[in-house]
Design a protein around this ligand. Structure first.
Ligand SMILES: Cc1ncc(C[n+]2csc(CCOP(=O)(O)OP(=O)(O)O)c2C)c(N)n1
Ligand SMILES: [Mg+2]
Length: 758
């Protein structure tokens, strides 16, 4: 057997196993009445490209993000390569088994990078290429050396892919290879006629090397014959839907449809060109697309392997459902073979009953080929975690916003050794999120040292770009921001070289990148997001820039600790703890900050206990019980987050003057308090004492009231939850606090209502 024949035999086996695996999963007795599903057609269209990759082209230093809906074919390959057993294949979509879509956290033994939500995994993987470049430029090693990204053609409809293609740093990534499965079908439809052309144009515009595998060698040979260009023109000018229809026609009908012309006659020249092709050979000829021609695929992979200076994309035309009874059927995305259909597949692939799960016997050419292959990528053991200091020895002004405090802490970190591990990222808001001090010290990352055009002009910020820089400045694209954090936040696991990534953006635009943030966390990346400014407190900026719903997002996103500190010292403690959690791979941090100046004097003096309380989620700042004549009947608890602490303190003064006994609690993390409710002794309960059990509470934050609305229920007391429950607008801070009912007066009113006063 030639090498190509061996690969073809393996390809058939991969096709069979992927179809059979899904078939078997759907044949399992159902206990819940749900269909299992499994994407046989999407797997089949990628079988040839995957086979050529995993059984020939892939190097041990390559890492792969697989097209999510081809996971069965990918699992079949991992099985043939000895990394999964038959029992694993049988566990497809079973609880605890192989996931529907490749998940590096759930199936770490085989999956390099998670995919599933269209476009996100692919771009995160691409930024992995940038992360490697960054590591190398900072004294690390090029592991992995190359990122191979496989995607569906309709997947490229997702705008976040285009955002990535527009990113200047990407066009230089010679360590990135994309393989697009151009089967011209999405879930519902045949893709628009202009799409394949647009795809090529879009990558070219992004500076990529574009390689197209449109037709296979058999068709190309036909095209090369005298008059053969007519066949090419016919195939390439017909609407995509018409071509897809040809794939579905029975042998006899196909010739007629191909050579027929509008007036009912035939194209005689074309007919002559195909005269020596038998009816039953015609479907295979017409369906001879480049993405199933292993020899062409191998050539394309080899050429891509030579490219050093720019990314490559291979646009490979394929057939969705290739080799299966529903090949090319426009509705085949969700189809699963019937019993009769799988028998037809079995017959066509020559699989004997009882040998459905069989591997290649040891003495076969296929088995010998497998044994001779280089190993697949395995991530190196992670280097020691960067040490995060206990303190940065920074002092803070008497009036300071939490955003300014962040800038100071980060600049201070830039003077310490831990700063070497920190990399910051911003989507064009580095200066307005207070990164300037850090950037001046550590510089801006660019693979080349670049001339600072403003070097001789006095500037508050030095735009010093070079390979040692530690701030990555992206264009305005929040998906790119989070997906780059996803890549930088996974270098410990993927490259064995941990980083401490910090991304900054305006809080309202967290929702713009939310899917990407979700993906980054889902994929297991660890990073810090500093979202500032937030809330209506950036008053004159108006509603388009004021965030309302983000606190709820902070509470609900898994693996992400959400904090919103009130005082400067708290920012330092929380950021250091967050970086430590990243270093120890525990969780990511979402720090929601404000530009509102805050009087620091009311802050409690720093102490070990105070620091622990801030990190645990909150503390009592003002104790109503200290007042003479305290009685629970006239007591009220004010729970405030971030900038609202100032309002709560003012409200407490007014309430105290009128004979009430308010305590003020600072909630540094609604998230921590909420999560803590499942503990045997919730931290929230430790904040109040036994004699305060029935005291009602008012909560207030600069964001939707819902994020603190659980407090009353958790403590079993009446609550009025104040917050910003509609969209923001321009004004002064007092205007807006008054309008949205979160100022001291509103807190006083709410407290009086709870105390039963008019
Ligand atoms: C963000 C997102 N939106 C929608 C879907 C549902 N979906 C799954 S596959 C698919 C079509 C994918 O088409 P394509 O990328 O061409 O893949 P293939 O044809 O290879 O199956 C859609 C819309 C999804 N997985 N992710
Ligand atoms: Mg497709």
């Amino acid at each position: 057997m030639t090498r190509l024949e061996v690969l073809q035999a393996i390809e058939r086996r991969v096709l069979w196993l992927s179809a059979w695996m899904v078939h078997a999963a759907n044949a399992r007795p159902s206990t819940d009445g749900l269909k299992v599903g499994g994407h046989q057609a999407s797997s089949a269209s990628l079988v040839s490209l995957l086979t050529a990759l995993y059984f020939d082209a892939l190097r041990p230093t390559d890492i792969v993000a697989v097209k999510a809906h081809a996971s069965p074919a990918f699992y079949a390959i991992q099985y043939l390569r000895g990394r999964l057993g038959a029992a694993d294949l049988k566990s497809l979509r079973v609880f605890g088994g192989l996931q529907a879509y490749p998940s590096r956290r759930k199936n770490p033994a085989v999956v390099d990078l998670s995919t599933g939500s269209m476009g996100l995994g692919a771009v995160a993987a691409t930024f992995g290429g940038l992360a490697t470049r960054y590591l190398v430029d900072h004294g690390g090693v090029a592991v992995p050396e190359r990122f191979v990204v496989m995607v569906g053609d309709a997947e490229l409809d997702e705008g976040n892919v285009w955002e990535m293609l527009g990113e200047d740093l990407v066009r230089r990534l010679g360590n990135v290879l994309w393989i697009v499965d151009v089967n011209r079908q999405s879930l519902d439809r045949v893709v628009p006629d202009a799409r394949p052309r647009q795809l090529a144009d879009m990558f070219r515009a992004g500076g990529w090397r574009v390689d197209e595998l449109r037709w296979g060698r058999r068709l190309q040979a036909r095209f090369a014959r005298a008059g053969g260009e007519r066949l090419r023109a016919r195939l390439e000018t017909m609407p995509i839907a018409e071509y897809q229809r040809l794939l579905r026609l029975p042998a006899g009908g196909l010739r007629k449809a191909l050579v027929g012309v509008a007036d009912g006659g035939i194209d005689a020249a074309l007919d002559r060109l195909l005269a020596d092709v038998a009816d039953d050979a015609l479907p295979a000829l017409v369906g001879d697309v480049g993405g199933h021609d292993l020899a062409l695929i191998l050539e394309a992979y080899a050429a891509a392997g030579q490219e050093r200076d720019r990314p490559t994309v291979i646009l490979a035309h394929t057939i969705k459902g290739w080799g299966l009874p529903f090949a090319g059927d426009p509705l085949n995305h969700t189809m699963v073979t019937s019993a009769a259909q799988i028998e037809a597949v079995r017959a066509s692939l020559g699989v004997r009953p009882g040998e459905e799960w069989a591997e290649f016997a040891a003495d076969t050419p296929e088995a010998r080929h497998l044994r001779a292959l280089p190993a697949l990528f395995t991530a190196p053991a992670p280097a020691p975690t960067p040490g995060v200091p206990e303190t940065v020895d920074e002092s803070y002004a008497e009036v300071l916003s939490t955003q300014e405090a962040f800038g100071r802490v980060l600049a201070a970190l830039g003077r310490l050794p831990v700063g070497d591990s920190i990399v910051t990222v911003s989507a064009d808001v580095a200066v307005t999120t207070h990164l300037a001090g850090w950037m001046n010290r550590r510089g801006i990352y660019h693979p080349d040292t670049r001339i600072d055009a403003f070097a001789d002009v006095p500037q508050a910020l030095k735009w010093r770009e070079g390979p040692r820089g530690q701030h990555v400045e992206l264009g305005i694209a929040e998906h790119d921001l989070f997906l780059l954090l996803a890549a930088l936040g996974l270098t410990a696991e993927v490259s064995g070289q941990p980083l401490l990534p910090i991304g900054t953006l305006y809080d309202p635009f967290v929702t713009r990148g939310l899917d990407a943030l979700y993906h980054a966390l889902y994929a297991g990346a660890r990073f810090v997001v500093v979202a500032t400014p937030s809330g209506v407190s950036l008053a004159p900026e108006g509603g388009a820039h004021q965030s309302v719903i983000t606190p709820g997002i902070g509470v609900t996103l898994p693996d992400l600790a959400y904090y919103e500190p009130a005082f400067a010292q708290e920012v330092e403690w929380i950021l250091l703890a967050g970086l430590r959690a990243v270093a120890e791979r525990r969780e990511s941090l979402y720090l929601r900050l404000s530009t509102a100046p805050v009087e620091q004097r009311p802050a409690l003096p720093p102490s070990v206990e105070q620091r622990a309380a801030v990190l645990a989620g909150g503390y009592r700042l003002r104790d109503g019980r200290r007042a003479l004549g305290w009685t629970p009947e006239r007591a009220v608890q004010l729970f405030a987050t971030g900038v609202m602490v100032t309002e709560a303190l003012a409200a407490a003064e007014q309430l105290a003057e009128s004979g009430a006994f308010p305590s003020v609690f600072v909630v540094t993390s609604p998230d921590r308090l909420y999560r803590g409710l499942r503990e045997p002794r919730p931290y929230l309960e430790t904040l109040v004492t036994a004699d305060e059990e029935d005291i009602p509470l008012v909560s207030v934050l600069d964001g939707h009231s819902h994020a603190l609305a659980f407090l009353g229920g958790a403590l079993g007391v009446p609550q009025l939850a104040l917050g910003v429950d509609s969209f923001g607008q321009s004004g002064t801070r007092p205007d807006l606090y008054r309008h949205y009912g979160i100022d001291a007066a509103a807190i006083v009113r709410a407290a009086r209502t709870l105390l039963g006063e008019p």
